[in-house]
Design a protein around this ligand. Structure first.
Ligand SMILES: NC(=O)c1ccc[n+]([C@@H]2O[C@H](COP(=O)([O-])OP(=O)(O)OC[C@H]3O[C@@H](n4cnc5c(N)ncnc54)[C@H](O)[C@@H]3O)[C@@H](O)[C@H]2O)c1
Length: 275
């Protein structure tokens, strides 16, 4: 028997932005496999049709171009979704601008780089929420904003990206507060390091290993680790959960910052470490 596209998201319609690859494609595929009808959206010139073809092996999925910084383009994406699938219940705000060489510490920051990152991650995410909320008229809806662990603690680089994700965390609480009465839930996922095409290009293996040492789960994430959480937050199982920021990061933020150094000391010392 073909169980394609059956599960807890049946009768729900979803948009996943930034879905041509990586976490976005894994999420679109997971939502489709769990029964949702999915629109995969990404920039003109992206491989979004190919991605939708892959997701449609799991369930109902179609492609659409969008530039989330452009309000008219966002409006058209939401209209397309309603025309194609008859409504909108789930928005996964996954698209992001990241990994730019000029995104540095503050003293070295190029303001144009700062603005280009905020245009996508802050303005674009807000625009998607604005038009999705207006379209979630059937039974309310669930918005999942993809944030980053970089927004939860200071780092030495990527200041613009991290601050733009901090904006997304605050936006999440404002939307949950302003539209909860309409049955709209809004949550964010502070994602830890996940092995995607973007990460493999941007981060040397040695640095990836340094980060593995900081994760209680002992590995970097797989895209489906994030997709599973999106599917849960999108489902009615999460109907009492809103306005929250969840770390899905293999335990990176769950322990004291000295723990991995302690582990190394313990491995080297017969006396052990502790108080
Ligand atoms: N991979 C990681 O380790 C990691 C860590 C923390 C957070 N995240 C977050 O997870 C999400 C997915 O990351 P990924 O690793 O799969 O990266 P990715 O770069 O492969 O995905 C981002 C997608 O967004 C699209 N996009 C960029 N600007 C857009 C615009 N204006 N309109 C529409 N689409 C646009 C890109 O084309 C791309 O396909 C992002 O929000 C990212 O910030 C990833």
């Amino acid at each position: 028997m073909d169980n394609k596209g059956q599960g807890e998201l049946e009768n729900k319609v979803a948009i996943v932005t930034g879905a041509q690859q990586g976490i976005g494609l894994a999420t679109a595929s997971r939502l489709a496999a769990n029964g949702a009808k999915v629109v995969l959206a990404d920039l003109p010139g992206s491989r979004i049709e190919e991605a939708a073809q892959k997701a449609s092996e799991k369930g109902d999925a179609v492609a659409r171009h969008v530039d989330i910084t452009d309000e008219q383009s966002v409006r058209e994406l939401v209209e397309f979704t309603r025309d194609t699938w008859g409504g909108l219940d789930i928005l996964d705000n996954n698209a992001a601008r990241q990994g730019l060489a000029g995104d540095t510490d503050i003293l070295s920051m190029d303001p144009d780089v700062w603005d280009s990152i905020f245009a996508v991650n802050a303005r674009g995410t807000m625009l998607m929420c604005k038009h999705a909320i207006a379209a979630m008229t059937r039974n309310g809806g669930s918005i999942i904003n993809i944030s980053s662990g970089t927004s939860l603690a200071g780092q030495l680089y990527q200041s613009a990206y991290a601050c733009s994700k901090g904006t997304i965390n605050t936006l999440t609480k404002y939307i949950a507060t302003q539209y909860g009465d309409q049955g709209i839930r809004c949550n964010a996922i502070a994602v830890g390091l996940v092995k995607t095409e973007m990460l493999k290009k941007a981060m040397p293996e040695s640095y990836q290993q340094l980060m593995v040492d900081q994760k209680l789960a002992g590995r970097l994430g797989d895209p489906d680790d994030i997709a599973q959480m999106v599917s849960f937050l999108a489902s009615d199982r999460a109907s009492w959960i809103t306005g929250q920021i969840y770390s899905v990061d293999g335990g990176y933020f769950a322990h004291g910052p000295q723990v991995s150094a302690e582990k190394k000391m313990m491995a080297q010392s017969s006396e052990g470490v502790g108080v």
